[in-house]
Design a protein around this ligand. Structure first.
Ligand SMILES: Cc1ncc(COP(=O)(O)O)c(C=O)c1O
Length: 358
């Protein structure tokens, strides 16, 4: 089957990877490049692994690391704090993980001892976004005191995640707290914390702030979205000199007809249990393209032809209003869409969308 496809422009992606990671490297910041947005597709992992200024490859799921080609060279970092039930797999699969629960860290220590390995961890501190991380300073101190006594777990750093649950913007004053934690922990416990991991693509806007940018001491970022979509995610602005159109979705018209805009009859629930509402725009040129909610987050795609409008979708069908461009299309034509983060995640997860690398 040819369609639907997600098309990846490899030279644009390579540019984005090199441009941003070199910029961060020049600022003394190491880069963990995130592969989950494309389900760690091996073709793209090879590209990521080949970029010298990328230091680590990161993913949120252990299963995705299993897609990595065997000869991948960079250290692997698990982003989602591990499940108690996966610690054995964790120590066998990756070098580093982010952690926030002492019970899990104890289990990792045991699992690593069992296979004669050392597992490195970055302790996550919650600075207000209220997703993962230890919140209380006294608790952080207790954790560190215990971890540094562990035989098979090595505490290599501390980190924060922001702009995920609470949508909190990483400001200088917030990131400075992380560097203060490092100073306190070094003084109190004599630990050498090599990594101070200051967040994700939402921290990038601070690179260009004249005052109060990224505090000295923040020396690692974990970057996913900025590489693939060329945007910073604190304010959703395009990053100058990066490409926003690395990925394109292509789907094919399977029905192209004049029909009314208003469904006829008593309105109940749609295929997803929602009660839809409609505006009567009279007759319109309606096209169905062969892709649906099973394949893509339809609320996060935009037709490249701005005259077309997405008006609805079910599991396998996407309906577009072609009225403004009706003479320019016909049955069998391929429609191109720009993708954003949610839709990119979904098309790479769908086995029904072909992946094409150009
Ligand atoms: C802990 C953590 N760090 C970093 C990232 C990367 O975030 P972004 O894609 O916004 O750069 C994610 C999500 O993928 C994450 O969960």
């Amino acid at each position: 089957m040819k369609n639907p496809q997600v098309i990846v422009d490899m030279s644009k992606l390579k540019h984005n990877l090199t441009f941003l990671s070199e910029k961060l490297q020049a600022r003394g910041i190491t880069v963990a490049a995130v592969t989950k947005v494309f389900s760690a597709h091996p073709e793209l992992v090879v590209l990521y692994d080949s970029i010298n200024s990328i230091n680590y490859l990161a993913d949120s799921r252990l299963d995705n690391f299993k897609n990595y080609p065997k000869n991948t060279t960079k250290e692997k970092l698990l982003l989602r704090i591990p499940m108690l039930t996966e610690v054995k797999e964790l120590v066998e699969t990756v070098d580093i993980s982010l952690n926030s629960e002492i019970e899990t860290i104890r289990a990792i220590n045991q699992a690593a001892k069992d296979v004669n390995r050392t597992h490195q961890i970055i302790l996550m501190i919650d600075l207000g976004d209220l997703r993962e991380g230890v919140f209380d300073t006294a608790e952080i101190d207790c954790y560190v005191a215990e971890i540094i006594q562990m035989e098979a777990v090595q505490l290599i750093g501390i980190g924060v995640n922001l702009t995920c649950y609470g949508a909190i913007i990483p400001e200088y004053s917030i990131l400075e707290q992380l560097t203060q934690h490092k100073q306190r922990l070094t003084k109190k416990h004599g630990v050498d914390l090599e990594i101070i991991s200051g967040g994700n693509s939402s921290t990038l806007y601070l690179l260009d702030e004249e005052n109060e940018g990224i505090p000295d001491g923040i020396n690692m970022l974990r970057i996913g979205e900025a590489f693939v979509l060329g945007v910073e995610t604190a304010y959703g602005k395009n990053i100058v000199d990066m490409y926003q159109d690395v990925f394109t979705l292509k789907a094919e018209i399977i029905e192209y007809r004049d029909k009314p805009s208003l469904p006829i009859g008593k309105v109940g629930q749609d295929a997803f249990g929602q009660r839809p509402t409609f505006i009567d725009k009279g007759m319109m040129k309606r096209g169905i393209v062969a892709i649906g909610k099973q394949d893509v987050d339809v609320s996060n795609i935009t037709p490249k032809d701005s005259r077309l409008e997405v008006i609805g979708a079910s599991s396998d069908h996407l309906i577009l209003d072609f009225t403004q461009a009706s003479d320019d299309y016909q049955l069998g034509d391929e429609i191109l869409f720009d993708l954003s983060y949610g839709s990119l995640l979904s098309v790479f997860t769908s086995q029904y969308v072909k992946k094409v690398f150009i």
